[in-house]
Write a protein that binds this ligand. Structure first.
Ligand SMILES: N[C@@H](CCC(=O)N[C@@H](CS)C(=O)NCC(=O)O)C(=O)O
Length: 230
């Protein structure tokens, strides 16, 4: 197999790339990274000393590609399929890159900050940083609602890399700061993302791991792990 994705099925940035791979039926091998396991962590650091994942390894072209947006652009260029993830028109492509950045920086990052905070010992938590992250999510939701207008996907009528970024970011963010009742377009967009077969498959594969997510009881009902009986 030419492509190997170093990833973890619970990790939101990995979901972003998995959606892109499933959209285009791109064959790949999955290498699960367990950061708690020294050997597994070392295998990631050898590829990308920053230690963030996913990382894509392409044996056929002898390339190692980190960073989700770069991975998706790489796949789009070298392994195109039925769902082009970047438009050919340069202006349209810029819009996709903007919204891809938007979801990574202003939805994923505050979401990760809130989750990281609850994983810390109580005395190391930072309620001010959490409140800032929650406020950023609320601002981002309002901007997404505006951007959607009558569009089906975030940058227009076709699903793109920006929607790959949006799906996992909104999936976890919504468990921390629920969407406003007034944000009807955002809610409908979120439902479209959940219904998209590529993302539905990613979520299905994550089910055995959701009990590791500290806010798992806020996930949509079908993904909520059963609570242990008293
Ligand atoms: N900018 C990176 C972010 C990747 C990222 O934050 N991945 C998370 C998993 S969802 C990670 O590596 N977490 C482990 C860590 O930060 O130590 C990308 O787009 O690939």
């Amino acid at each position: 197999m030419s492509l190997i994705l170093y990833q973890h099925p619970l990790a939101s940035f990995c979901h972003k790339v998995l959606i892109a791979l499933y959209e285009n039926g791109t064959p790949f091998e999955s290498q699960i990274i367990d950061l708690a396991n020294e050997e597994s962590r070392a295998s990631l650091l050898r590829l990308w000393p920053i230690g963030k994942f996913p990382v894509l390894r392409d044996e056929a072209l002898d390339s190692t590609i980190p960073e989700t947006s770069i991975i998706i652009e790489y796949l789009d260029r070298h392994y195109p399929g039925p769902t082009p993830l970047l438009p050919l028109d340069p202006t349209d492509a810029l819009c996709v890159r903007l919204w891809d950045r938007f979801f990574d920086l202003y939805v994923q990052e505050p979401m990760q900050a809130i989750v990281a905070d609850i994983r810390r010992p109580e005395e190391e938590r930072d309620p001010r940083a959490v409140a800032q992250a929650q406020a950023l999510l609320r601002t981002a939701y309002g901007m997404i609602e505006q951007q959607l207008g009558e569009k089906r996907w975030i940058a227009g009528d076709a699903l793109t890399m920006a929607d790959c970024a949006a799906a996992p970011a909104l999936f976890y963010a919504e468990t921390l700061v629920p969407f406003d009742d007034q944000q009807v377009r955002l809610q409908q967009y979120y439902q479209r993302l959940l219904d998209r077969p590529s993302f539905a498959r990613v979520l299905e594969e994550a089910i055995p791991y959701f009990h590791f997510y500290p806010y798992s009881q806020k996930l949509p009902a079908r993904f909520r792990p059963e609570q242990p009986h008293a």
